[in-house]
Design a protein around this ligand. Structure first.
Ligand code: HOZ
Length: 430
């Protein structure tokens, strides 16, 4: 496979864009190769500048749950664009999408649209602080809530991939109000939340960790967070930027039956256009300007293209047995992957929840940040490159998830498992 055109474009990109990319993980550094420049995508496949075709398991990091360029979404965007791309004024499409989100997500009575997951989480934390009058944010090691200052403490995703201990540019005065504790550790949770000296405004958690690879909550962990936060009057925020409309139509909160006070969304609700949202109990949401004093605003918030794409996306997700079919398909792949691991005898842990999964290259069960970091990232890099050579595009980091979409056919998934077995065997030869 030639990648000459991608290579040339990457050289040009590095002259005008830091690292040649607009988001660090996609630079592919941790998997030891240069990035592919994607020209187009359709269904389960992406095509690079050199016209190579890849079976895609990045799925734009989550939004493309229905596959790329779904005709309903393309039509909705085209129709909306023909009527103007931004007005900086209310539109009916915002009300439509907001009503759909309120109906779908158990915790959300009112929702505010923003432009990214990062904006959603930083706004939700500001709101939680404004509502509670307290200052500290409790998060979990390896969870990633975007790149706002307060979250860059023991963060997952690119921060973990590139082993960045803490980012220059984030003053100590800001991160001193963030406490990060181990995921799935109920004892530390209890001890931390009951420490009155911390003045805790909120707990923010990915109900399924998706930015240190896929790590499910242990049974009872989410409920324990809910119980203690309710008892102590601490605002509980679920960051469902990845899990929202992914595990079920009502997100992880519906899937696990644990309802937070505030929820952050993104990715899927924009059908692939830039979007984010935060919502929750009316009593809290009414604190936001103009009804209340907590300020948050945005020229492109509720952008008509993103709203139309989101509306079309949610309609697709409402149809038939969308989630049952998708989750069953993904569980079958995970079962086959585990059988392959046993057959080949490679040190891999396969974590999966719904259509999210990660193969961790370690012999230890992965249940938190510490166990995730036992993974052999060089081995993952080799696996990534071997799979790429066979036309399979995985996440370019050990600490991200693979997304299965409705567009992946049985034969696509057979190709995935067959090539995985081939790659695992080849790894053992090196
Ligand atoms: N932080 C994203 C994954 N969790 C990566 C975004 C990107 O590179 O597009």
């Amino acid at each position: 496979m030639s990648s000459a055109k991608s290579g040339e474009m990457f050289a040009n990109a590095q002259k005008v864009i830091p690292g040649g990319v607009n988001s660090p993980v996609r630079a592919c550094r941790s998997v030891g190769c240069d990035p592919l420049f994607i020209e187009r995508a359709e269904g389960a496949h992406v095509y690079d500048l050199d016209d190579n075709k890849y079976l895609d398991f990045v799925c734009s990091w989550g939004p493309m749950i229905m596959g790329h360029a779904h005709p309903d979404i393309v039509a909705a965007v085209q129709q909306s664009a023909a009527g103007g791309t931004s007005f900086g004024a209310p539109t009916s499409s915002e009300v439509d999408l907001a009503s759909m989100v309120v109906e779908a997500v158990p915790s959300i009575e009112k929702v505010r649209f923003v432009n990214s997951g990062t904006e959603a989480t930083m706004s939700a934390v500001r709101l939680a602080r404004g509502f509670s009058g307290k200052k500290t944010v409790v998060k979990f090691d390896g969870c990633y809530h975007g790149h706002a200052d307060s979250f860059l403490v023991q963060a997952g995703s690119g921060v973990m991939t590139l082993s960045i201990p803490g980012s220059p540019g984030v003053p100590d005065d800001i991160v001193k109000n963030t406490v990060s504790i181990p995921y799935n550790d109920r004892e530390t949770l209890e001890k931390t939340l009951r420490d009155a000296s911390l003045d805790i405004a909120c707990v923010i958690v990915e109900p399924v960790a998706g930015n240190m690879g896929c790590i499910p909550p242990e049974p009872g962990f989410l409920q324990a967070i809910r119980d203690i936060t309710s008892e102590l009057g601490i605002v509980l925020i679920f960051d469902e930027v990845i899990s929202g409309f992914r595990l079920s139509y009502g997100g992880a909160q519906e899937y696990y039956g644990v309802i937070p006070d505030l929820t952050c969304l993104g990715k899927i609700i924009g059908g692939g256009l830039p979007v984010g949202a935060y919502g929750g109990k009316a009593e809290i949401m009414d604190m936001i300007a103009p009804d209340g004093p907590v300020y948050q605003a945005g020229t492109l918030s509720g952008n008509p293209l993103a709203m139309s794409a989101g509306r079309a996306a949610l309609r697709i997700l409402q149809s038939g047995n969308f989630y049952k079919d998708l989750n069953d398909k993904a569980s079958a792949v995970a079962a086959e992957m585990r059988a392959i691991v046993d057959r080949v005898g490679v040190d891999v842990q396969l974590n999966q929840v719904g259509s999210l999964m990660t193969a961790f290259f370690t012999d230890q069960p992965v249940k938190d940040f510490a166990s995730a970091t036992t993974a052999d990232t060089d081995r993952y890099g080799l696996h990534f490159r071997q799979m790429l050579s066979q036309g399979i595009y995985l996440a370019p980091s050990q600490f991200e998830v693979a997304f299965i979409s409705a567009a992946h056919t049985e034969s696509d998934l057979e190709k995935l498992t067959k090539m995985t077995e081939w790659s695992f065997k080849k790894l053992l030869e090196t």
